[in-house]
Design a protein around this ligand. Structure first.
Ligand SMILES: NC(=O)c1ccc[n+]([C@@H]2O[C@H](COP(=O)([O-])OP(=O)(O)OC[C@H]3O[C@@H](n4cnc5c(N)ncnc54)[C@H](OP(=O)(O)O)[C@@H]3O)[C@@H](O)[C@H]2O)c1
Length: 274
Protein backbone atom coordinates (compact mmCIF):
# COMPACT_ATOMS: atom_id res chain seq x y z
CA UNK A 1 0.00 0.00 0.00
CA UNK A 2 1.46 3.31 -1.07
CA UNK A 3 0.82 5.69 1.80
CA UNK A 4 1.19 9.47 1.81
CA UNK A 5 3.83 11.04 4.02
CA UNK A 6 4.60 14.57 5.18
CA UNK A 7 8.10 16.02 4.89
CA UNK A 8 9.30 17.16 8.31
CA UNK A 9 11.56 20.19 8.80
CA UNK A 10 14.38 17.92 10.05
CA UNK A 11 14.61 15.97 6.78
CA UNK A 12 12.61 12.96 7.97
CA UNK A 13 9.12 11.90 6.88
CA UNK A 14 5.93 11.34 8.84
CA UNK A 15 3.32 8.82 7.67
CA UNK A 16 0.24 10.96 7.24
CA UNK A 17 -2.16 8.43 8.77
CA UNK A 18 -1.65 6.60 12.03
CA UNK A 19 -3.50 4.82 14.82
CA UNK A 20 -4.43 6.75 17.96
CA UNK A 21 -4.09 4.78 21.18
CA UNK A 22 -5.54 6.97 23.92
CA UNK A 23 -7.91 5.01 26.19
CA UNK A 24 -6.80 1.71 24.71
CA UNK A 25 -5.87 -0.23 27.83
CA UNK A 26 -2.44 -1.82 28.17
CA UNK A 27 -3.92 -5.33 28.36
CA UNK A 28 -5.99 -4.67 25.22
CA UNK A 29 -3.56 -2.73 23.05
CA UNK A 30 -1.18 -5.44 21.79
CA UNK A 31 -3.62 -7.19 19.40
CA UNK A 32 -5.02 -3.82 18.32
CA UNK A 33 -1.56 -2.58 17.32
CA UNK A 34 -0.75 -5.87 15.60
CA UNK A 35 -4.05 -5.82 13.66
CA UNK A 36 -3.46 -2.22 12.61
CA UNK A 37 0.07 -2.90 11.39
CA UNK A 38 -1.17 -5.97 9.49
CA UNK A 39 -3.90 -3.76 7.97
CA UNK A 40 -1.21 -1.36 6.71
CA UNK A 41 -0.82 1.29 9.44
CA UNK A 42 2.75 2.55 9.69
CA UNK A 43 2.37 4.98 12.61
CA UNK A 44 1.16 4.45 16.17
CA UNK A 45 0.51 7.29 18.61
CA UNK A 46 0.96 6.60 22.30
CA UNK A 47 2.04 8.62 25.36
CA UNK A 48 3.49 7.95 28.79
CA UNK A 49 0.15 8.97 30.34
CA UNK A 50 -1.78 6.42 28.23
CA UNK A 51 -0.02 3.75 30.32
CA UNK A 52 -0.03 1.35 27.39
CA UNK A 53 3.50 1.68 26.00
CA UNK A 54 4.45 -1.86 27.10
CA UNK A 55 1.46 -3.32 25.25
CA UNK A 56 2.22 -1.17 22.21
CA UNK A 57 5.77 -2.57 22.12
CA UNK A 58 4.42 -6.12 22.42
CA UNK A 59 1.97 -5.46 19.58
CA UNK A 60 4.77 -4.19 17.33
CA UNK A 61 6.81 -7.33 18.00
CA UNK A 62 3.83 -9.60 17.20
CA UNK A 63 3.67 -8.66 13.53
CA UNK A 64 5.73 -9.84 10.59
CA UNK A 65 6.57 -6.20 9.76
CA UNK A 66 9.97 -5.20 11.17
CA UNK A 67 9.50 -2.81 14.11
CA UNK A 68 11.67 -0.18 12.42
CA UNK A 69 9.12 0.09 9.59
CA UNK A 70 6.49 1.45 11.97
CA UNK A 71 6.77 5.07 13.10
CA UNK A 72 6.33 5.30 16.87
CA UNK A 73 5.28 8.52 18.60
CA UNK A 74 5.22 8.92 22.36
CA UNK A 75 4.87 11.95 24.59
CA UNK A 76 6.40 13.46 27.70
CA UNK A 77 3.80 13.85 30.42
CA UNK A 78 3.18 16.99 32.45
CA UNK A 79 5.06 15.78 35.53
CA UNK A 80 8.30 15.43 33.57
CA UNK A 81 8.89 19.00 32.41
CA UNK A 82 12.31 20.42 33.26
CA UNK A 83 15.99 20.18 32.40
CA UNK A 84 16.92 16.71 33.65
CA UNK A 85 13.57 14.90 33.84
CA UNK A 86 12.85 14.53 30.09
CA UNK A 87 15.80 12.14 29.67
CA UNK A 88 14.52 10.02 32.57
CA UNK A 89 10.98 10.07 31.16
CA UNK A 90 12.10 9.08 27.67
CA UNK A 91 14.27 6.25 29.03
CA UNK A 92 11.22 4.94 30.91
CA UNK A 93 9.09 5.12 27.75
CA UNK A 94 11.78 3.36 25.69
CA UNK A 95 12.05 0.61 28.27
CA UNK A 96 8.27 0.11 28.21
CA UNK A 97 8.18 0.11 24.42
CA UNK A 98 11.25 -2.16 24.15
CA UNK A 99 12.90 0.27 21.71
CA UNK A 100 16.27 2.05 21.55
CA UNK A 101 14.70 5.19 20.07
CA UNK A 102 11.30 6.61 19.20
CA UNK A 103 10.55 8.24 15.88
CA UNK A 104 8.85 11.23 17.44
CA UNK A 105 8.92 12.54 21.00
CA UNK A 106 6.40 15.25 21.84
CA UNK A 107 5.93 17.54 24.83
CA UNK A 108 2.32 16.55 25.58
CA UNK A 109 1.11 19.92 26.96
CA UNK A 110 2.90 23.25 27.44
CA UNK A 111 1.71 23.88 31.04
CA UNK A 112 2.32 27.62 30.73
CA UNK A 113 1.56 28.32 34.41
CA UNK A 114 4.71 26.36 35.29
CA UNK A 115 6.77 28.15 32.64
CA UNK A 116 9.21 25.29 32.06
CA UNK A 117 8.38 24.34 28.49
CA UNK A 118 11.41 26.14 27.00
CA UNK A 119 13.77 24.23 29.33
CA UNK A 120 11.91 21.04 28.44
CA UNK A 121 12.29 21.80 24.74
CA UNK A 122 16.07 22.31 25.19
CA UNK A 123 16.19 18.90 26.85
CA UNK A 124 14.36 17.33 23.87
CA UNK A 125 16.90 18.95 21.51
CA UNK A 126 19.56 17.09 23.51
CA UNK A 127 17.63 13.82 23.28
CA UNK A 128 17.48 14.17 19.52
CA UNK A 129 21.27 14.74 19.44
CA UNK A 130 21.69 11.59 21.57
CA UNK A 131 19.65 9.63 18.99
CA UNK A 132 16.95 8.55 21.45
CA UNK A 133 14.31 10.60 19.63
CA UNK A 134 14.71 10.74 15.87
CA UNK A 135 12.37 13.73 15.58
CA UNK A 136 11.04 16.06 18.27
CA UNK A 137 7.93 18.14 18.48
CA UNK A 138 5.17 19.38 20.70
CA UNK A 139 1.47 18.93 21.28
CA UNK A 140 -1.20 21.43 22.27
CA UNK A 141 1.10 24.44 21.82
CA UNK A 142 -0.43 27.79 20.83
CA UNK A 143 1.21 30.08 18.25
CA UNK A 144 2.75 32.39 20.92
CA UNK A 145 4.19 29.35 22.74
CA UNK A 146 5.66 28.00 19.49
CA UNK A 147 7.10 31.44 18.69
CA UNK A 148 8.79 31.50 22.09
CA UNK A 149 10.39 28.07 21.57
CA UNK A 150 11.70 29.18 18.18
CA UNK A 151 12.95 32.58 19.43
CA UNK A 152 14.69 31.20 22.51
CA UNK A 153 16.24 28.02 21.05
CA UNK A 154 16.35 28.49 17.27
CA UNK A 155 14.94 24.97 16.87
CA UNK A 156 11.52 24.71 15.23
CA UNK A 157 9.38 21.75 16.39
CA UNK A 158 8.88 19.21 13.60
CA UNK A 159 5.25 18.62 14.59
CA UNK A 160 2.51 20.24 16.67
CA UNK A 161 -0.18 17.65 17.45
CA UNK A 162 -3.41 19.52 18.23
CA UNK A 163 -7.14 19.01 18.55
CA UNK A 164 -8.53 19.41 15.03
CA UNK A 165 -11.60 18.13 13.20
CA UNK A 166 -14.27 19.55 10.86
CA UNK A 167 -16.04 21.05 13.86
CA UNK A 168 -12.87 22.77 15.14
CA UNK A 169 -10.55 23.53 12.27
CA UNK A 170 -7.74 25.62 13.87
CA UNK A 171 -7.24 27.82 10.79
CA UNK A 172 -4.99 30.44 12.41
CA UNK A 173 -2.75 27.86 14.06
CA UNK A 174 -2.49 25.92 10.77
CA UNK A 175 -1.41 29.12 9.02
CA UNK A 176 1.27 29.69 11.67
CA UNK A 177 2.50 26.10 11.22
CA UNK A 178 2.65 26.52 7.44
CA UNK A 179 4.64 29.74 7.79
CA UNK A 180 7.21 28.07 10.07
CA UNK A 181 7.44 24.61 8.48
CA UNK A 182 5.72 22.77 11.35
CA UNK A 183 3.67 19.70 10.42
CA UNK A 184 0.15 19.71 11.87
CA UNK A 185 -1.11 16.41 13.26
CA UNK A 186 -4.80 16.24 14.21
CA UNK A 187 -5.90 14.62 17.47
CA UNK A 188 -9.52 13.56 18.04
CA UNK A 189 -9.75 13.81 14.24
CA UNK A 190 -13.20 12.14 14.25
CA UNK A 191 -14.40 14.47 17.03
CA UNK A 192 -14.58 11.29 19.15
CA UNK A 193 -17.43 10.04 16.98
CA UNK A 194 -19.67 13.08 17.46
CA UNK A 195 -19.70 14.09 13.78
CA UNK A 196 -20.42 10.66 12.36
CA UNK A 197 -24.10 11.38 11.74
CA UNK A 198 -23.67 14.98 10.59
CA UNK A 199 -26.02 15.50 7.59
CA UNK A 200 -23.52 17.40 5.40
CA UNK A 201 -20.84 14.78 5.96
CA UNK A 202 -23.37 11.99 5.41
CA UNK A 203 -24.33 13.52 2.07
CA UNK A 204 -20.69 13.78 0.95
CA UNK A 205 -20.12 10.20 2.10
CA UNK A 206 -23.09 8.97 0.05
CA UNK A 207 -21.79 10.84 -3.01
CA UNK A 208 -18.43 9.02 -2.79
CA UNK A 209 -19.84 5.68 -1.66
CA UNK A 210 -17.81 5.95 1.58
CA UNK A 211 -18.49 6.17 5.30
CA UNK A 212 -18.51 9.47 7.17
CA UNK A 213 -15.38 8.41 9.09
CA UNK A 214 -13.58 7.89 5.77
CA UNK A 215 -14.72 11.29 4.50
CA UNK A 216 -13.44 13.01 7.65
CA UNK A 217 -10.09 11.19 7.48
CA UNK A 218 -9.82 12.08 3.79
CA UNK A 219 -10.53 15.74 4.67
CA UNK A 220 -7.50 15.77 7.03
CA UNK A 221 -5.32 14.13 4.36
CA UNK A 222 -6.49 16.53 1.64
CA UNK A 223 -5.64 19.50 3.88
CA UNK A 224 -2.09 18.14 4.26
CA UNK A 225 -2.52 17.22 7.92
CA UNK A 226 -1.33 14.17 9.81
CA UNK A 227 -4.29 12.24 11.25
CA UNK A 228 -4.43 9.64 14.02
CA UNK A 229 -7.96 8.21 14.38
CA UNK A 230 -8.36 5.91 17.36
CA UNK A 231 -10.17 2.61 17.10
CA UNK A 232 -10.14 -0.72 18.90
CA UNK A 233 -12.76 -2.18 16.57
CA UNK A 234 -11.18 -4.33 13.83
CA UNK A 235 -13.55 -3.29 11.06
CA UNK A 236 -13.16 0.42 11.94
CA UNK A 237 -9.37 0.00 11.94
CA UNK A 238 -9.56 -1.39 8.39
CA UNK A 239 -12.18 1.14 7.28
CA UNK A 240 -10.13 4.11 8.52
CA UNK A 241 -7.13 3.20 6.37
CA UNK A 242 -9.14 2.44 3.22
CA UNK A 243 -8.95 6.10 2.20
CA UNK A 244 -6.08 6.29 -0.27
CA UNK A 245 -8.14 5.63 -3.42
CA UNK A 246 -10.43 8.66 -3.45
CA UNK A 247 -10.24 12.41 -2.92
CA UNK A 248 -12.70 15.08 -1.91
CA UNK A 249 -13.41 17.71 -4.54
CA UNK A 250 -13.39 21.48 -4.10
CA UNK A 251 -17.13 21.60 -3.46
CA UNK A 252 -16.83 18.96 -0.71
CA UNK A 253 -13.91 20.83 0.88
CA UNK A 254 -15.87 24.12 0.78
CA UNK A 255 -18.91 22.54 2.43
CA UNK A 256 -16.77 21.00 5.18
CA UNK A 257 -14.98 24.34 5.67
CA UNK A 258 -18.42 25.72 6.56
CA UNK A 259 -18.73 23.32 9.53
CA UNK A 260 -15.97 25.08 11.48
CA UNK A 261 -16.82 26.44 14.90
CA UNK A 262 -13.83 28.23 16.48
CA UNK A 263 -15.48 27.55 19.89
CA UNK A 264 -15.94 23.87 19.06
CA UNK A 265 -13.07 22.58 21.20
CA UNK A 266 -13.76 19.29 23.04
CA UNK A 267 -10.60 19.19 25.14
CA UNK A 268 -9.11 21.79 27.48
CA UNK A 269 -7.56 25.02 26.23
CA UNK A 270 -3.76 24.61 26.39
CA UNK A 271 -3.41 27.81 28.43
CA UNK A 272 -5.68 26.39 31.13
CA UNK A 273 -4.40 22.83 31.34
CA UNK A 274 -1.60 22.87 33.87
N1 LIG B 1 -1.97 15.10 22.17
C1 LIG B 1 -3.08 15.10 22.87
O1 LIG B 1 -3.25 15.85 23.83
C2 LIG B 1 -4.16 14.15 22.48
C3 LIG B 1 -5.44 14.29 23.04
C4 LIG B 1 -6.44 13.39 22.64
C5 LIG B 1 -6.15 12.41 21.71
N2 LIG B 1 -4.87 12.30 21.19
C6 LIG B 1 -4.53 11.25 20.21
O2 LIG B 1 -5.48 11.29 19.14
C7 LIG B 1 -6.06 9.99 19.00
C8 LIG B 1 -7.45 10.08 18.44
O3 LIG B 1 -8.29 10.88 19.24
P1 LIG B 1 -9.48 10.29 20.13
O4 LIG B 1 -9.13 8.92 20.55
O5 LIG B 1 -9.77 11.29 21.19
O6 LIG B 1 -10.76 10.34 19.19
P2 LIG B 1 -11.16 10.05 17.64
O7 LIG B 1 -10.10 9.33 16.92
O8 LIG B 1 -11.65 11.36 17.10
O9 LIG B 1 -12.46 9.13 17.82
C9 LIG B 1 -12.37 7.85 18.36
C10 LIG B 1 -13.80 7.31 18.51
O10 LIG B 1 -14.36 7.11 17.20
C11 LIG B 1 -14.76 5.74 17.06
N3 LIG B 1 -14.44 5.34 15.68
C12 LIG B 1 -13.23 5.23 15.11
N4 LIG B 1 -13.33 4.86 13.82
C13 LIG B 1 -14.65 4.72 13.57
C14 LIG B 1 -15.39 4.35 12.43
N5 LIG B 1 -14.77 4.08 11.27
N6 LIG B 1 -16.75 4.30 12.52
C15 LIG B 1 -17.37 4.62 13.68
N7 LIG B 1 -16.72 4.99 14.80
C16 LIG B 1 -15.36 5.02 14.75
C17 LIG B 1 -13.95 4.97 18.06
O11 LIG B 1 -14.65 3.80 18.47
P3 LIG B 1 -14.04 2.32 18.22
O12 LIG B 1 -12.76 2.26 19.02
O13 LIG B 1 -15.09 1.40 18.66
O14 LIG B 1 -13.78 2.23 16.74
C18 LIG B 1 -13.83 5.98 19.21
O15 LIG B 1 -14.99 5.95 20.00
C19 LIG B 1 -5.98 9.42 20.42
O16 LIG B 1 -6.21 8.06 20.47
C20 LIG B 1 -4.60 9.84 20.81
O17 LIG B 1 -3.63 8.97 20.21
C21 LIG B 1 -3.90 13.15 21.57
Amino acid sequence: MNQPTLALNDGRTLPQLGLGLWQTADNQVSPVVAAAVEAGYRLVDTAAIYRNEAGVGQGLRRTAIPANRVFVTTKLWNDSHGTETPAIALDASLEQLGLDAVDLYLIHWPRPAHDRYVATWRALIGLRKDGKARSIGVSNFTAPQLARLIDETGVVPAVNQVELNPGFQQRELRAFHAEHGIATQSWSPLCRGRLLDHPVLAEIARKHGRTVAQVIIRWHLDLGLGVIPKSVTPHHIRENIAVFDFRLDEADMARIAGLDDPRGRLGPHPDDFN
